[in-house]
Ligand binder design. Structure first.
Ligand code: PEP
Ligand code: MN
Length: 520
C-alpha cells in the first residue's frame, strides 16, 4: 500500500473509484453519479490547496487506486485538521486503513504544521473507530441527534489526536526565517560555575539559540574519565537559566537524576543514546515521569535499531508524557567513517514518518569533530530537521569531555550565518531530492570504503604471492568469479555489461597493485 499525490492522469481511475465506493458512512459531499466534471473540480481543488489547506492522497495497491484519503485544515481553527477517507469495500479489514491513517497524519502534521487532527464518525461505524483508536485518536465529543443523509438520527462522535510533542515548544517563531528551527546549544558537560555562566551568556546573545544544554551526569566509556559534576552542576545550570532566561535541558539516566533535575527547575530532559538501548532503564524513567508534564527528548540508541528507538517513545507515551522530541545523534558503525557516529539519515527520516515527532539533529555527536559540523548541519536542514543540537564551550581546548567537537559561541554564530534555512511547507521537491541524494552519498561513501578495503586485501595477497613465488594473474579463477558476479548481478537486476565493466576495472587495478608489489 502506498499513498501518492493526485495528478491529472488519475481522472479516469478517480471516476471509477467514486462510483464504486460504498457510501454508507461517507459524507454527502461526494456526488453520485460521479461525473467527469466532478473529477475535474476535485483534481483542480487538490492542486490549488495541496500543502496549504490540506494534504490529499490516492491510496494505491498493486498499482491501482483503491481509495482516497486527506487531511483538510479547519477554516475556524488553522491549527486543526480533519481526516477523511474512502476505501473500496474489498480492501476493508486488512489493516490498510490503519496504515494509511497513520501515514496521512504524519504527512499532515509535517506539511501543515497542525497541532491536532480530528475525525468525525457515526457511532455505528465500528471499523473506522478501531482504525482511529489504533492511531492514538480518542473520543473528545459526542453529538446526539445528528440527522444522516438517509434521514434518520444517530450519534456522531468526534475523535482527536495530537501531534506528539510540543510542536508548539519546538516551533518557535523567529521573524528572520520562514520556518524556524530550534537551536539547542551548550557545553557537553557543565564543568564549573564560571564555565557554564560564560558559555550561557555568550549563547544568549545569539537569537537563534532557544535552549541551553549541559551534561550533569556523563556516561563515559572508561571509568576513570570525568563523570560530571552532579548536583552542584545543577545549581550552576539553574543560575545560567536565571541570568540568561534560556530554558535548560540535561541528560537523565536514572530516577534519581530525574528527581534532582526537577528539583533544580530543569525545563526539559534528554535520554542519552546509551540509555535508550536499555528498555529496563527507559521504563524506569518513564515510570518516574508519570504525571509530570515536562518535554522529553529521546536520542537514538547507539545501535541502528529503529524499533528500539520507537519502543522508547511508546514507553514514555504510555506513561502519559505528551511532549516528546527525537534527537538524531548518529549510530555506532563497524566500518571506518569520517563521522564519530554514522548518520544513516534514512533511520531518523523513517522515525519521523512513523511517529509525528519533531526531530533535532545533534550534529556534534554525529561528527565528533568541528570540521564536518557545517556541512552536516546543512544536510540535516535540507532533510527537514526541526532543530539542531550543537555543543558549545567558552574554551573548547580545555573541555573535560568531547573537546574535539565543541565550538565557541562565536564559531556557532558563524556556523549559523552560513546555513540555509528552508521553509518547511514550500519545498517538497527539494526535500525529496535532498533525501534521495543523501542516500546516494551514503552509498557512494560505502562503495569507496569497500573499494579501499578490497585493495588492501588484494595487496596482502600480493605480498603473500611474492613470498611464495605464485604468479599474479590466475586467469581461470578470475573468469569463474566474474561469471558468478554476472549471474548474481542479473538476479539483482543489474546488466551483465555493467558488472563486467566495473569488475574488470577493479580487477585491473588489483593486478597493477600486485605487480608493483612483485617488482619492489
Ligand atoms: C551528550 O549529549 O553529551 C551525550 C552523552 O550524547 P549521546 O547520548 O548522544 O552519546
Ligand atoms: Mn558530548
Amino acid at each position: 500500500m502506498l499513498l501518492k499525490r493526485w495528478t491529472l492522469f488519475d481522472k479516469a481511475e478517480l471516476i471509477v473509484l467514486c462510483n464504486a465506493v460504498d457510501r454508507t458512512y461517507l459524507s454527502d459531499r461526494l456526488p453520485y453519479p460521479y461525473t467527469d466534471a466532478d473529477a475535474d473540480w476535485w483534481l483542480g481543488m487538490v492542486e490549488l490547496n495541496e500543502g496549504k489547506m490540506g494534504v490529499f492522497r490516492a491510496i494505491v495497491v498493486d498499482g491501482k487506486i483503491i481509495g482516497s484519503i486527506s487531511v483538510e485544515r479547519s477554516l475556524e481553527d488553522p491549527n486543526e485538521g480533519e481526516v477523511g477517507y474512502m476505501l473500496l469495500k474489498e480492501h476493508w479489514s486488512k489493516g490498510i486503513a490503519t496504515e494509511m491513517v497513520s501515514q496521512i497524519c504524519g504527512i499532515a502534521f509535517r506539511e501543515l504544521l497542525l497541532d491536532r487532527i480530528v475525525a468525525k464518525v457515526y457511532e455505528s461505524n465500528v471499523a473506522s473507530i478501531k482504525v482511529l483508536e489504533k492511531n492514538g485518536f480518542v473520543c473528545v465529543q459526542t453529538l446526539n441527534n445528528v440527522t444522516t443523509k438517509e434521514g434518520y438520527t444517530t450519534i456522531l462522535q468526534v475523535y482527536s489526536t495530537q501531534s506528539l510533542v510540543g510542536a508548539q515548544d519546538i516551533k518557535q517563531v523567529d521573524s528572520s526565517h520562514a520556518f524556524t528551527h530550534t537551536i539547542i546549544a551548550g557545553p557537553c558537560s557543565v564543568e564549573s560555575e564560571a564555565q557554564i555562566l560564560a558559555t550561557a551568556q555568550a549563547l544568549a546573545e545569539i537569537p537563534e539559540v532557544k535552549m541551553l544544554r549541559g551534561g550533569i551526569w556523563k556516561p563515559r566509556t572508561r571509568p576513570a574519565a570525568f563523570e560530571g559534576r552532579g548536583e552542584e552542576g545543577l545549581v550552576w545550570l539553574r543560575e545560567a537559566k536565571q541570568t540568561t532566561g534560556l530554558p535548560i535541558i540535561t541528560e537523565v539516566a536514572t530516577p534519581e537524576h530525574v528527581e534532582l533535575a526537577l528539583k533544580y527547575d530543569i525545563d526539559a530532559l534528554w535520554v542519552g543514546a546509551r540509555t535508550v538501548v536499555n528498555p529496563f532503564s527507559v521504563q524506569q524513567l518513564a515510570d518516574t515521569l508519570k504525571g509530570i508534564d515536562i518535554p522529553v527528548f529521546i536520542k537514538n540508541p547507539v545501535s541502528p535499531d529503529l524499533q528500539l528507538w520507537i519502543g522508547a517513545f511508546e514507553r514514555f507515551q504510555k506513561a502519559g508524557v505528551t511532549r516528546l522530541v527525537a534527537i538524531h545523534r548518529g549510530f555506532s558503525y563497524y566500518k571506518e567513517s569520517p563521522y564519530r557516529n554514522f548518520p544513516m539519515w534514512e533511520i531518523p527520516i523513517e522515525l519521523t514518518q512513523k511517529l509525528n515527532v519533531p526531530i533535532v539533529t545533534d550534529v556534534s555527536h554525529i561528527c565528533g569533530n568541528r570540521e564536518l559540523l557545517q556541512a552536516t548541519a546543512q544536510k540535516a536542514l535540507d532533510l527537514a530537521t526541526d532543530g539542531l543540537m550543537i555543543e558549545c564551550h567558552i574554551n573548547p581546548a580545555e573541555a573535560l569531555t568531547d573537546a574535539k567537537q565543541q565550538i565557541t559561541p562565536d564559531e556557532l554564530k558563524t556556523l549559523l550565518a552560513g546555513l540555509t534555512f528552508r521553509s518547511k511547507s514550500s519545498s517538497h521537491v527539494e526535500r525529496d531530492l535532498a533525501n534521495l541524494r543523501s542516500e546516494i552519498d551514503d552509498i557512494d561513501n560505502e562503495l569507496l570504503q569497500l573499494l579501499a578495503r578490497r585493495m588492501e586485501v588484494s595487496a596482502q595477497i600480493g605480498e603473500y604471492k611474492k613470498r611464495n613465488n605464485v604468479t599474479v594473474v590466475q586467469m581461470d579463477r578470475w573468469k569463474k568469479i566474474l561469471a558468478e558476479h554476472v549471474a548474481t548481478g542479473a538476479d539483482l537486476g543489474l546488466s551483465p555489461q555493467l558488472i563486467d565493466e566495473v569488475f574488470e576495472a577493479i580487477h585491473q587495478a588489483s593486478i597493477e597493485r600486485q605487480s608493483s608489489i612483485m617488482e619492489d
